[in-house]
Every structure is written in C-alpha cells, then in structure tokens.
Design a protein around this ligand. Structure first.
Ligand SMILES: Cc1ncc(COP(=O)(O)O)c(C=O)c1O
Length: 421
C-alpha cells in the first residue's frame, strides 16, 4: 500500500501535542503508556458529565450509561474479530492474568505441563508459574537465544508434548521489539491439544489484532497503551470459558468474560470510553481512505476492515521510523542493541540497548536533558535481561515509538545518540 500516514492529522487527535506546557522534546516512551486520543478523552469526560451513576436502571441517564458500556464492548469485539461475550474489561493486564492464573491452578493437575517464556513481561509468567506449582504440574521454560534475546520456534517445538496443557507467550516483546509469529505458535500448541495465552500488550498499539484469525484461546492487552483508557482487555473464547473454572460470584452463570473471569467491579466510565479509540481508527481510515473503502476498510466497511487498513498504515510508517535507528545501532560499537536489526520482519518500533561504558541511568538522563524522552530499567522483564547476560538491575535504555512519532523525532534522537555514545 502506497498511502502514507498523515502525521499532522494524526497529531490533531492527541492533545498532548497541542499544549506546549505538557512536554518538550521528543516522546519515546509509548510502550510504557501511550498518549490518549481526543475521542477517548471526550468519551470519558462525557460519561462523567452525563452518565456517572449506577448504569442499567430503567431510568435516564442510567440506561444510557449502560448502553454506552455495551456499545463499547461491542465495538471492541468487532475490532478483534470475536463475539461480545468473549471479551472482558479488567483493571489491567497484570490483574487479568492474575485471575486467570487462579483459574489455571484449579484446572491443572499433576503430570500436566505449562510452557512459559523468559522473554515475557512478568505479568504473563510470574503468577502463572506459581499457579502451575500450586497445582503440582510442571513449568517448562521456552528460553530466548542468549545472543539476541529472540524467541525461536525450533526451541518451542522441543518442549511441546502430549502433556502440554497451556502455552503462554508474548505477541511482541516489550524489550527486544520482536513480534512472534503468533498464528504459527498457536497452531503448534493446538497440535498437541494445548491452550494458548497470548500477551498482546506490546503488539496491539501497532496493529489491532484479529484474534479470531490468530486462533488464540486467550488474548490479553492493555488499553492505556492503545491510545485509550487505563484498563486491560481480555479475550477468552467461548470454548475456553467453558473449560476453565469460573472466578466470578456463584450466581453469575452467563458465559461472558466479565461475569466469569473479572471479579473486580467494572469501571463504568472507562469501559464506556474504551470504544473511543475505535472512532479514532475509523476517522483515520476515512481520512486516508481509497476508492475501495467499502471493501478494504474505512467508514463504509466493517470495524475490522478499518482496523486492518489503519494497522497497515501504522505498520508502514513505524517500519520507516525504526529503520534508521536499527542502521545506527548496527554501525555503533559503543552499545549493544537487543533483538533483530531487520526493520521489515517481526519487529515493533521499539529498540533497547545498553551502552558499553556509561551506565544506562547516566545515558538516559543525558538523553532526556537533550529532549529525548526515553526510559531505562528492566521493564518487568528481568528474566530476559539475565538470559542475555545483562544485569537486570542496571537494565537497558528503551526507545519506544508509536504511529504519532515523526521522522524528525527519530533524526533528532539519532543526533543525540551519536553525540553521547
Ligand atoms: C508486554 C507487557 N505485558 C503486560 C504488561 C502489564 O500490563 P498492565 O500494566 O496493564 O498490567 C505490560 C506493562 O507494561 C507489558 O509491557
């Protein structure tokens, strides 16, 4: 696709870029939390202004509040290619996986095996490892390549067997930027009859996943990294909901993720506002749309069409953003970059590196002084850093971008990196 993303138009939808007092410099910390789009902010404020009371009563504006929540859920279900009862909104991905771990601990038995990686954010592995042990089952660790930090499918195939009940893995790493071939991994897991839990937190901000096409049994991600509110979305397909012990109150019998697997009380306003980002995606699709809008995306197509179309615009732009950074690190001996140098395949616009001489903290502070807003640490993936021989306490510097970053941002960052490394 030749159409390029209109960055000034994109930035009109992010108030953080309009107010000079908000920040100065170039923002490179979106993997920690993205800027919210205007549509999210307006929907949240609108709910607080007009609907903030217990929703679902047959009087106004309580009934309208419930409608907004259901609409939001419906929009996200369409975006992800699943049924409305197959998605739930919880307080965060960590909390959602914690509850899932509880369900796994009741479901697994001695002799069962569960595969987790040492690449994941701790939220997709820690509670699950504990749950497996509690059930008397066995944890098998799919380990990254020690030189690059990349997960290799050939290593997974050695771990899979008839006892494997569950495979938990990231759709993208929040440290190396690696995108895994989730569809293939899920097929490998299904071939031995195992369920799959995919952490899409680092993937979803760059492409809205088609969970149905991927075949994932459970797919989780955090909306506050997808230009939206501070909630976690959890997809659990119907067949998997029926297999796992429910974690909701005894009187909640409906097959629905929120009823069965999100015991926290719902944050009504945030759920109602969660769909705002879908409006933004449709607006982007319409702005960039082509003659085939009704077939390939945009307001005349389905929500999923718009997501596909906009995700491809994001991917193309982000690939061009990350390419010069990868070239820079390929030719720089003063730092070790993790992950792949190939911008075109299996990569998010996220680059982590460790300077050879100065500490990460020092270099990160110097970058920030120069207006390059990066972050440093282990990003809750200390197992990964340990596995590639980096002290997780000193960590790495992470440069993470989203589709609203510009080529100018990257050019300025490379100038600063060149002067400091
Ligand atoms: C890859 C990844 N998975 C999971 C999480 C946990 O998400 P949450 O903050 O919603 O608990 C994060 C948070 O940074 C993450 O980066």
């Amino acid at each position: 696709m030749s159409r390029t993303l209109d960055i000034p138009f994109v930035r009109q939808h992010f108030p953080m870029y309009h107010e000079p007092q908000n920040f100065s410099g170039h923002f490179f910390d979106s993997a920690a939390g993205s800027f919210p789009c205007t549509e999210t902010i307006d929907a949240l404020a609108g709910f607080y202004r007009n609907n903030k009371l217990q929703p679902g009563n047959p009087f106004s504006p309580s009934d309208a509040g419930m409608e907004k929540m259901l609409y939001s859920k419906h929009r996200w279900a369409n975006a992800l290619g699943v049924q409305t009862h197959e998605i739930g909104f919880g307080p965060s991905t960590s909390q959602n996986t914690y509850v899932l771990a509880h369900a796994f601990s009741q479901w697994l038995t001695k002799g069962d095996e569960v595969i987790v990686t040492n690449c994941d954010h701790e939220s997709n592995t820690g509670a699950i490892r504990r749950a497996v042990e509690q059930a008397g089952a066995t944890v098998r660790e799919w380990q990254v390549d020690a030189a690059t930090g990349l997960l290799l499918e050939e290593d997974l195939s050695k771990l899979l067997n008839a006892s494997t009940k569950l495979v938990c893995f990231p759709h993208a790493s929040n440290v190396t930027g690696q995108k895994t071939d989730a569809k293939k991994i899920i097929e490998m897991a299904h071939a031995v009859g195992a369920l799959t839990l995919v952490d899409g937190v680092s993937f979803a901000p760059h492409a809205i996943p088609d969970v149905d096409a991927l075949g994932a049994d459970i797919y989780v991600f955090s909306l506050y990294k997808v230009y939206s509110v501070h909630l976690g979305i959890m997809v659990i397909r119907q067949a998997t909901q029926e297999r796992l012990p429910k974690q909701g109150h005894f009187f909640k019998d409906v097959i629905d993720v929120n009823e069965r697997f999100v015991p926290a009380g719902p944050d009504h306003a945030q759920i109602a506002a969660a769909g705002g980002v879908i409006d933004y995606i449709e607006t982007l699709a319409a702005h960039h749309g082509d003659a085939n809008l009704s077939d390939s995306g945009g307001p005349n197509g389905t929500v999923r069409d718009a997501c596909e179309f906009v995700s491809s615009l994001w991917r193309q732009h982000e690939t061009e953003l990350v390419r010069p950074l990868l070239d820079f690190f390929k030719n720089k001996n003063a730092a070790r970059m993790l992950g792949s140098f190939d911008a075109d395949t299996y990569r998010c616009p996220l680059v982590s590196f460790r300077p050879n001489v100065d500490s990460c903290a020092d270099v990160a502070h110097m970058l920030i002084d120069q207006g390059q807003l990066v972050s440093h640490g282990h990003f809750y993936a200390p197992r990964l850093l340990d596995a590639v021989g980096i002290d997780s306490q000193s960590g790495v510097i992470r440069i993470s971008m989203a589709h609203y970053n510009s080529h100018n941002d990257v050019a300025k960052l490379i100038q600063s990196l060149d002067s400091l490394l």
